[in-house]
Ligand binder design. Sequence first.
Ligand SMILES: NC(=O)c1ccc[n+]([C@@H]2O[C@H](COP(=O)([O-])OP(=O)(O)OC[C@H]3O[C@@H](n4cnc5c(N)ncnc54)[C@H](O)[C@@H]3O)[C@@H](O)[C@H]2O)c1
Ligand SMILES: [Zn+2]
Ligand SMILES: [Zn+2]
Length: 356
Amino acid sequence: MKAIVFDGTDCKLVDGVTVRDPGPGEVQVRIVASGLCQSDLSVINGKIPFPTPVILGHEGAGIVEAVGAGVTVPAVGDHVVLSTLATCGQCAACVSGHPTMCHESFGKTATPFELDGTPIHNFATLSTFSERIVVQAGQAVSIPKDIPLSTACLIGCAVLTGAGSVLNRARVNPGESVVVIGAGGIGLNVIQGARVAGATTIIAIDTNPDKESKTRLFGATHFVRATAGDTVSAVRELTDGGAHHVFDCVGGEAITSQAMEMLDWGGQLIMLGVAGPEAKLSVPASTFYMDRAVLGCRYGSSRPGADIPKYLDMYRSGRLLLDELVTKTYELEDFRSLMDDARSGKLDRGVLLMPS
Ligand SMILES: NC(=O)c1ccc[n+]([C@@H]2O[C@H](COP(=O)([O-])OP(=O)(O)OC[C@H]3O[C@@H](n4cnc5c(N)ncnc54)[C@H](O)[C@@H]3O)[C@@H](O)[C@H]2O)c1
Ligand SMILES: [Zn+2]
Ligand SMILES: [Zn+2]
């Protein structure tokens, strides 16, 4: 089968990759569509250290082709959205409804693929830039068949992370103010999550002025161009002194320090952007005297089995925009253009369509 393999230097489209059969509790999924998230690019540019060769991609949707022993859900033929959470289902985090905190589901590496006898790693326990993958049954959440998989795939990371960070982690209240730094796939979903939560001031900040119209469509009440002067003053002015919630969807010391300065007393910074492994935060300790807080947030603190159906209901009722997230679709042969376009910052999301 075909897949995009990152060998540590370059991403290449190769044919002849194999994936192992599904074991007990696992399913094999034929990938139909897959979004490219900044975290995939961060493996390529070294911001996220990861062993190679590896097949990237962690925002996918597809069709179940085979199930391993003991699997009753999902069934062969089901359409599924894939999640990165390969949880143990038994630890305290899992049984208390916090699967993103399961130690089994983060940082484990495996080599379920092979090319000419060489083992190939999966990424984020998925690897959706491959025609087929093998995952835990619980990572494949069944969805209704009338929802296009080229749209549904974006729930797998952008929506779960962005909307989840607002609804599950920050718990934004009606009438509050929200700032979103970086209006890409993640940031746009923070914006619409904030709209759904009832925030009345939603300020989008991006270096790219072309992002304004899309941010407003998703629910932003204001747009500030990151390069246009002092963004901290702009936010303080628009929020009458500081914001209740600032979501950093870019990452890095400079951005995060600015984000802290945008907070009102009692405000909280939610960190979604991935900084490099060496990045440090240096914040005056006095920042915290007036009840300010910093929250990390993995994968929107999501519970994919419950959240994916909920987001699809919100999509059907028009409260969550999904089709509008897809700027452009790409064939497997055009993966390089997808990477170039994503790096240039002109995409909301680019979606890779696998051969049928
Ligand atoms: N915490 C998590 O679980 C999680 C999950 C997925 C992605 N991420 C991270 O979230 C971040 C965003 O991912 P994405 O896929 O939305 O990226 P993206 O490339 O789709 O969007 C990034 C956006 O930020 C803008 N931007 C870049 N530099 C900026 C700056 N200095 N100021 C303001 N705007 C700026 C770009 O113009 C673009 O619109 C990445 O760091 C990614 O690794 C984290
Ligand atoms: Zn992602
Ligand atoms: Zn667990």
